[in-house]
Design a protein around this ligand. Structure first.
Ligand SMILES: [Zn+2]
Length: 499
């Protein structure tokens, strides 16, 4: 039976109760599958000959038999794990894969409903989409988990009929416990963040203290044999380690590299299929020098750690949700050296975290890296969702805004920010249609960007979510506006990165 007929049958027999996402329609092995929504939720519809549908064993909330010369069974199934597993068996492309050396871009989705919009943004672009991406910290703040993050992205792929490849990044994983959980859920890309093992206190030591500590390292001689009295030809210049520069780097990053090695060994032993590893050292107090980057790459190779990406802390300020702060030319010069190191060390991708809205940097990032890049964004899609709320439910937005002002100080502790709350206009003096202009103001953008966790978790005196359910409801009812905002904004990112 053809698609049109089935959709007509479905619509008639359920008396127009559901809207159909016709792009999701798939036919396989005598069954059809598609997504519908009523006024509250989305569902998977499974249809086919009764025996066949029963055999597939989906959990359904409701089913209906329709006679069209032969019996046709329709099941309305919740978008849950069991059903996704069954669907993945039938449509095996609904599964994350590795990115390879293609330029790639991560679209964190804090609300878990933006994947269809993200996929539209990638259309026609030669950039690999990493559609599931969340850090352990974000999961705590959104009360989510690895499985939900991944499943939401996969349901999003199915909704728009996407059969292409996509990645799944377990971001900023700091320990083996979280690493194992991500492995169990089917992630393909693991960002190991060894920052708990990076010794920032080294920066505070004077020369004598530094030398003394260094002399005590058991592996000192071994490390010196490997790194001293050698020239590393990087592009046009030579990099060399002095005993002092080596001491500072080894004391700062030595334990961190051992931690990455431990995580890598764990992945190798426990990950059944292909996986990729990113080493993120971006959350440090000071930028990663080219010499430190070189040492980290050499040391990882020495330990046999096969990594795909490194995320150094680049020079300049990389604040959330706004453009780069710093001298773009200085960034370019230093970034060039990082790219040359990556190329000389056998080739890996350089990764940019806090990549949301860094429009002045993208062309440089894409060009200098020769396309060997990965960019991560997350908060910017959340901001686009809030912009949809501003337009569709300004009353709700006003409440969120006032609440965010109260939380800002508490929530800003984990970020480097230059936000000046005094500069945000008093919203009681703004008309509804003027509220949207707040999102062109860096201070207001950061206010909403970093308070997402508090906004989503806040409960009232009856223990009900104060904003979360209303946010989801507004976005559900105004999905076209939400999707359009996200698609347009992410597409703008991708256009500047497309070589
Ligand atoms: Zn990061």
């Amino acid at each position: 039976m053809i698609k049109r007929e089935i959709i007509d049958f479905f619509t008639k027999s359920f008396q127009n109760k559901y809207d159909i996402y016709s792009d999701s329609f798939k036919e396989k092995k005598g069954q059809v599958f598609f997504i519908v929504k009523d006024n509250k939720k989305k569902y998977l519809v499974v249809a086919g000959l009764p025996a066949k549908v029963k055999e597939s064993d989906f959990n359904s909330d409701q089913e209906k038999m329709i006679n069209n010369g032969e019996n046709l069974l329709f099941q309305i199934c919740p978008l849950e794990r069991h059903n996704l597993e069954k669907l993945q068996k039938i449509l095996p492309y609904l599964k994350a894969s590795t990115t390879g050396m293609k330029p790639s871009f991560g679209t964190g989705d804090r609300l878990g409903i933006a994947t269809p919009a993200h996929i539209q943004a990638f259309e026609g672009k030669n950039i690999f989409p990493v559609l599931a991406q969340q850090s352990v910290r974000e999961m705590e703040r959104t009360e989510s988990n690895w499985q939900k993050v991944l499943d939401n992205a996969i349901w999003g792929c199915f909704e728009v009929g996407y059969e292409g490849k996509f990645g799944a990044d377990a971001d900023h994983v700091k320990d083996l416990k979280n690493l194992q959980k991500a492995i169990d859920c089917g992630f393909t890309f693991y960002t190991i963040d060894p920052s708990d093992h990076i010794n920032d206190n080294v920066l505070k030591l004077d020369k004598d203290e530094l030398r003394k500590k260094y002399q005590q390292l058991p592996e000192k001689d071994d490390i010196e044999n490997r790194y001293l009295n050698k020239d590393y030809q990087i592009g046009n210049h030579k990099l060399t380690f002095t005993q002092d520069s080596l001491a500072e780097i080894v004391l700062t990053y030595g334990e961190a590299i051992k931690h990455v090695e431990k995580c890598y060994q764990h992945l190798k032993q426990n990950h059944k299929e292909d996986f990729e590893l990113e080493v993120s050292i971006d959350e440090t107090p000071k930028p990663t020098s080219p010499l430190a980057h070189l040492w980290i790459a050499l040391e990882l190779h020495h330990k046999g750690v096969d990594f795909q990406n490194i995320a150094p802390h680049y020079i300049g300020d990389w604040e959330k949700g706004i453009d780069y702060i710093g001298d773009v030319d200085i960034f370019r010069e230093e970034f060039k050296v990082h790219c040359q190191i990556a190329a000389e060390m056998g080739g890996y991708k350089l990764s940019l975290h806090s990549g949301s809205d860094k429009f002045s940097i993208y062309p440089i990032f894409a060009e200098e890296s020769g396309g060997y890049f990965h960019v991560k964004t997350a908060g910017t899609s959340w901001l686009e969702a809030v912009k949809a709320i501003v337009v569709c439910d300004p009353v709700l937005y006003r409440e969120i805004h006032e609440f965010a002002l109260q939380c800002f100080e508490k929530d800003s502790f984990s970020y480097l920010l230059s936000t000046d709350l005094e500069k945000i206009p008093d919203i009681t003096k703004l008309k509804d249609k003027e509220l949207i202009n707040l999102f062109s103001d860096n201070n207001a953008r950061q206010l909403i960007h970093i308070t997402y966790g508090s906004i989503l978790r806040e409960k009232d005196s009856l223990n009900r979510y104060r904003f979360k359910d209303r946010i989801y409801k507004v976005l559900f009812e105004n999905e076209d506006i939400h999707y359009e905002n996200v698609t347009k904004h992410i597409r703008h990112h991708l256009e500047l990165l497309n070589l």
